[in-house]
Design a protein. Sequence first.
Length: 869
Amino acid sequence: MRTSRRLNVRAAPLVALFASVSVASDLDCLHCRLESWAWRQHVGDRSGHFDEATGRDRRNYPPHRWADHGRMTLELFIQDMDVPVAQATQTLTITPIAEPLEELRLDARLLDIRSVSVNGFPARFTNDGRHLRVALAPPLPPDVPATIVTTYVINDPPDGLFWTPSSPAWPGRPPQIHTQGQPETNSYWFPCHDFPNERLETEIIATVPAGFLVSSNGRLLSQRRSVRRVTDASGASSLRGYDTFHWLQDKPHVNYLVSLVVGKFDVVDVGRPGLPMPVYVPPGRGPDVRGTYGRTAEMTALFERLFDEPYPWDRYAQLVVWNFGAGGMENTAATTMFDTAIISPEALIDHDLEGLISHELAHQWFGDLITCNSWDHIWLNEGFATYLTALWFEHSRGRDAYDASVLGGFDAVIARDNAVAPLQPAMVSREYTEPWDVFRRAANPYPKGASVLHMLRRKLGDGAFFRAVGLYVDRYKGRTAETDDFRKILEEVSGESLERFFHQWCYRPGVPRLRVRTTWNSSAAELRVDVEQMQNIDERNPAFVFDLPVLIRVRNEGDWRRLHVDGRSATLSIPLAAEPDMVAIDPNLEVLASIDVDAPSGWLVEQALRGPTHASRVLAVRSLGTLDTDAPGTTALHAIASDRARHRDLRSEAVRALAARRAPDAARRVVSLDPDDPYVRETVLAAVADCASGDAPPLGRDAVADRLAHAALHDASSRVRAAAVRGLARMNAVDRLPVLLAALEIESQHDTVRQAALGALADLDQPDAISHSVRFTRVGTLSRTRAVAIGVVGRLGKHDPDIALNAILPLLEDREMRARNAAGEALVTLGDARAVERLEALAATARDPAIADRFRRWADRLRDNPATD
Ligand SMILES: [Zn+2]
């Protein structure tokens, strides 16, 4: 049967966004960022780069570098790991550039500056809680190094340096300290030029209570034990043992990459001779390190070979820390990882972190050895790191895994990068309110940056592409770079002019939205391919220019054509000896575009089963999911879904496509699936729940609810359990509440099952689920789970505002940033105006303007839309 329908094969729904980016690994970093992005949505990325009232340009430009920073030596004394105070002495060498320097201005947020001396002489200084200004009298002459010594106290900063003290609610968990400097938060614990256009050597000499480990950038020069007499808060003085760790990073790097971690860990080295790669994990988890991080050395060797540049630093440490606000942070030679970034043996069946591990490792070259000169060029960090994950998958799992990773990036961009100039900024744009915005913008540097690199590789060919990237590394190592620096090297190596390419994919927002119609005219024996650009086209957003590859297969013979598109529409007409059995549009993903294909279903079935690439097979499967119930399509989808030899992503797509048909036959085929691969089984349970939900469900509810309830409590895979729990909520299976409450008690990797159960309780909107959720909002629960639980209390609070308010209000001052953010959002969701007063009081007393702003915004949003009833 021939049918033809408009279908959009390249626009995965947002929910799949995370899944598609890197199905195979638990890519937490994106989720966290988006989580906190949700809060900042109200701030938004639309800084509006022009101030109407003053006529001012509000775009962001790098700060001046009046002096070159040579080396920072930071001596820290942490008397008590449970008391968030540290004494510090910073010695900074600077060399004024060009002119005598009369004042040195450093970023210094909320530091208690005690003294400053210049070349050994006391200096006058001001400290407004945001900048340290040192008067240089006499002015420091240019080109002559000078030494600035600053003594100060770090007092429990709200950002940058985080204390996770021991707590009775978490018996046995030793206290810990970690830092997070990106984008501009290391100035919360040391004065610096807190912007990426300054590189310097750094040296950390940290003295901490005996028995704690200290990790920092570079190499460890020494570690020694000492005894000190100290006086505690009660005035009691005692002799205590301390350890002093002396770290040196003598290859210049940027300030946001400076790292300090203090804690108790199992440390296991996964490195190679001459390059130690210690992994720091919570005590008792050492035996799990190799299962999670065991391929780090292999990844390193791959990247060294691909870019012909040896790993640049003294060691490569990976540190799993509590209460970490992201997924991973690529500090120089010492990556910080989120708190559950260590996979238990039983969870290795359905969890791995290779996506995240290879991403952060890639940054050691792209981000650390070469750093973007300013935040608008952040894709040079994040795009490369995301793309190198795809290269690792290509190397370690094959071409299909590479395609799956690239396609995931395409999906993410197509789903979000859907506005045009000037409505939203481009990937490379100085328009942002605060630096974090550039990491979260719709033209997102992670997936869009990686997609641009993939397109360049396809465009220039492997030889020229990898040679150019190698030359870029060689020329810019130890320096900062901008987008055009990279472009020029690509042009130099390939001879191809790339200004238009970079303009349309990096300097303007949006992507082409194509409608492609493929038709066979049997009387004229002619194939027609008509392409239309459907996005808004105007002077600021002209039609995209690209060559669209088309693979035509006739009697098993493949014939490649390229259709040049540079306007609203273009057509390709080809006389053929016989009707094709498949016409695949852009099977190698050479054009980052959303593509609606109108094609005979028979061609799609052929492409789904025997398309030339993983990407082309997935795209055909998606299209079949939007077609009415043609038997060949259903049969093909079922065959793909049950075929263990096929890539798990393709099988999952086939399951979703079957479910999307909402036809009894297709649904019966879905319910018959019980794949052994937990990733596919997870998709099957979600699809089965879909088929038993909504109006006129093709599947009977009870049987499905039984299956889901059993899987939620007994499946070996926590992914599958979580999917079963979400499925019960999807079906609104209120009668299965006991299963959800039981799922709350299940320990699983990343607390996946508990978080799913919390979300399901909120979706089922059960009043008596509040008390169950409140329990998980407190210290003693993983910080991510706390954030989920707090959100749930906010959603269910309408049933008992008092309980909700009493549970949430105190969390506005919680030690964990994630809990504080979730509490503010939950109050807005709850909509109880009684919280406004507390928020305003906190805004009035907050030390940090950024924190005060946050409280004020929550109060404004709450005031603007209080709960109606
Ligand atoms: Zn990154």
